[in-house]
Ligand binder design. Sequence first.
Ligand code: NIG
Ligand code: FE
Length: 421
Amino acid sequence: MKGNMVIKDASQLVTCSGFAAKPGKEMSNLHIINNGAVVIEEGIITAVGISEDVLSDFDESGFEIIDAKGKAVLPGFVDSHTHLVFGGYRAEEFSWRLRGDSYMDIMQRGGGIFHTVKSTRQATKEQLVEAGIRRLDSMLSFGVTTVEGKSGYGLDFSTEIKQLEVMQNLDELHPVDIVKTFLGAHAVPEEYRSRDSQYIDYLINKVIPEITKRNLAEFCDVFCEENVFSIEQSRKLLSKAKEMGLKIKIHADEMVHSGGAELAATIGATSADHLLQASDKGIRDMAETGVVATLLPGTAFSLKEPYARSRYMIDHQCAVAIATDFNPGSCYTESIPLIIALATLYMDMTTEEAISALTINGAAALDRADTIGSIDVGKNGDVIVLEFPSYKYIPYHIAVSTVEKVIKRGNLVFDNIERGG
Ligand code: NIG
Ligand code: FE
């Protein structure tokens, strides 16, 4: 459904204007229009500017009107890294981690990702869709209008395909748009224990061809990490995936430095994600080649690991995105306000940088900077209205959502006032 809508008299229209990733200092410029208006026709933004200019001689009939007096208006948030389709939960493991067990130790004992693989293999498509809708509702309430979702809890042909099909269904059923990523290389499944290279060949020869034939994913990702997949295995998988038409993401340098950032730069990845242990060289390589650095502060927080070096990255001209990494193990949260709190208070990002990281740079991390991530003519009418007059309230109201309304392609799809909020 593509709506016609006018949002007018916004005390601040925070456009985040731009059609490409914003590196370094450019992240500080939010391109704000005071007393702004946006016109959305058939779901697409057709005018942006000062309210009096945009709306003089404008015939409002046929348009839903949102009065944004006293409110700030921004592009919808783009959560560019999540694992949102999975069966079961791992609350028990969380309590083990509180007692001192490490995430990787739990995984090596057959828990962690393997626990979720068992439950996801057992779950029906209907169960996964139902849980997915609830999770997307929660994300939407935080102002997310586009989310990336990864497979990777099947590690076999039928379950990996099932996860991607579920995301395809969810994309049709729910207003939040879903960008699909194939993460068959999330762990080596039990059936391939000690035969990890054969598992990579299986993904290349059997699973990816089916995915590309049916257009079930846009990106291919890999968990490139000590004791999971090596740099060489990751390079092989990703270069074949690229040849077969998929774009590339990497879970890189999360627990130890293994050269994932450098690999992302040489292979032409769209983004490298996590990067807690990325080297100076890896960061500079990413900046030079335009790989978006997607940082996941909720995961560092939840695993009690050091945060990624966002300041060094931005000061060295990287385009930084931030995302939730929503998943049942290392970071079970959809909370955008939590991510913003961590990015600003613990990663030394400014409010402006955090907002660019969740809008235009999130869009760039999904290769969608031409259609989403800013309020610009020609882009999708995906917009949020805050309950406050300035974007500066976003981190200030610590870990609480300031989003009052969410508009998706010109339709009002979430209204906290109607909910009694
Ligand atoms: O991004 N690091 C690997 N994958 C996920 C966690 C998946 C899980 O624990 O279920 C992550 O943190
Ligand atoms: Fe992840």
